[in-house]
Write a protein that binds this ligand. Structure first.
Ligand SMILES: *Cc1c(COP(=O)(O)O)cnc(C)c1O
Length: 374
């Protein structure tokens, strides 16, 4: 009996990407087996975190790494680390930041909302966000101006398709912070496939979500300079208590890193591109839809499907089509970011062939009667 049947849960086809409200990703068998084996054993967790640090360093080229509950907690703890350093007194005092630098500079277009506002991750550590530049863009002069305040603790940048405004020169921004002796930290939650590029900016820490494309259980990965990673780990005795990684999450990350190491990335990329091409060919026969390839705006190495909806032919607009797909059985979820421009975006990465066929069947079932009635 499936878990859906056992607990009375809606069956979902997730074409919405690494989406937290749908359970994010599908772990490989090796990862699931490793997690299951860990649950009935005891371990010295400090030792386990040391092994994770070594594995993260090998996988990313960073000096060190650690695992937190998730990327949101990794952001809060990286901000905390930049305020406390290794000081046990400061770590114990948070979120009271009296006597500490407590301002976090973040470009205006990087104040993303990924289900909640990232500004709340900053506040949760006791810090205050200082917004640099404008929504339309933030240049290095804006960053320099904000960093000049003596109370600055760090610079926080975000690498995500959710950021707004003109692209920022990350290398120059990181250098601007480090010239002042301030750490630069990057939220690259869904960007584990680009972690090398993010570390190459010179950032002190990069924070990632293990449960996104790496497909581990929920876990925040923090990689970067050893002293900063140690200061993040030290928060376990402070505000990090409620944000700790579980043993099963740490084992899941270790196993998922092994899976990633075995992955033939060029072959995987070709398979993703082929999957999208085949899906687009098959959509071609449905009236009211025009399917094209959508590349990822941040440079993730796989394409998505863009379905442009012609309301005159389809009998409904993009938002209504997305709603109808979600209301059906199985419930099909798509990415909403271009709905107001009349497009559905579908991410196919975790989906099986039978699921792709089901999506096409649902599209045909929703569109045919609507088109006939128009
Ligand atoms: C998903 C995401 C997060 C949060 O990650 P969690 O691991 O779910 O806490 C933070 N920032 C960005 C840009 C994200 O996409």
């Amino acid at each position: 009996m499936s878990l859906h049947d056992r607990y009375g849960l809606t069956r979902v086809i997730n074409a919405a990407g690494t989406f937290t409200p749908l359970g994010v990703s599908r772990s490989a068998r090796h990862t699931a087996d490793t997690v299951a084996a860990s649950l009935s054993e005891f371990f010295v967790i400090d030792e386990l975190q040391d092994r994770a640090s070594e594995a993260l360093a090998r996988a990313t080229g960073a000096e060190a790494g650690t695992i937190t509950h998730c990327a949101a907690s990794a952001i809060t703890l990286a901000v905390a680390a930049s305020m406390t350093g290794a000081s046990p007194e400061r770590i114990a005092a948070l979120p009271d930041t009296s006597g500490m630098p407590d301002r976090v500079v973040i470009p205006a277009g990087h104040t993303v909302n990924y289900g909640h506002p990232i500004l709340q991750d900053i506040r949760l550590a006791g810090a205050t966000a200082v917004i640099a530049g404008a929504e339309t863009g933030c240049d290095i002069a804006d960053i320099e101006k904000a960093l000049a305040d003596k109370r600055t603790a760090c610079l926080l940048l975000v690498s995500s398709r959710l950021t707004r405004g003109a692209p920022l020169d990350f290398v120059a921004a990181v250098a601007a912070a480090q010239r002042r002796g301030l750490p630069a930290i990057i939220d690259g939650a869904a960007q584990d496939l680009r972690v090398g590029e993010l570390l190459a900016t010179g950032a002190d820490l990069v924070m990632l979500s293990g449960q996104k494309y790496l497909a581990s259980p929920t876990a925040g990965l923090v990689v970067g300079r050893a002293a900063m990673v140690a200061a993040v780990r030290a928060q376990d005795k402070g505000i990090g208590r409620g944000m700790k990684a579980t043993k099963e999450a740490i084992f899941g990350v270790l196993a998922a890193l092994e899976e990633r190491d075995r992955l033939d990335l060029p072959a995987w990329r070709r398979a993703q591109a082929d999957k999208v091409t085949r899906f687009i060919e098959r959509v071609g026969r449905l009236s009211g839809l025009r399917a094209t390839v959508a590349s990822d705006p941040t440079g993730l190495p796989f394409p998505r499907v863009r379905l442009a909806v012609d309301p005159a032919q389809a009998g409904m607009d993009a938002a209504a089509l997305a709603q109808a797909l979600r209301a059906g059985t199985p419930s099909v979820w798509v990415m909403p970011q271009e709905l107001d421009r009349g497009n559905l975006i579908l991410e196919l990465v975790p989906l099986s062939e039978p699921e792709l066929t089901e999506i096409l069947g649902r599209l045909a079932a929703v569109l045919a009667p609507a088109a006939a009635a128009r």
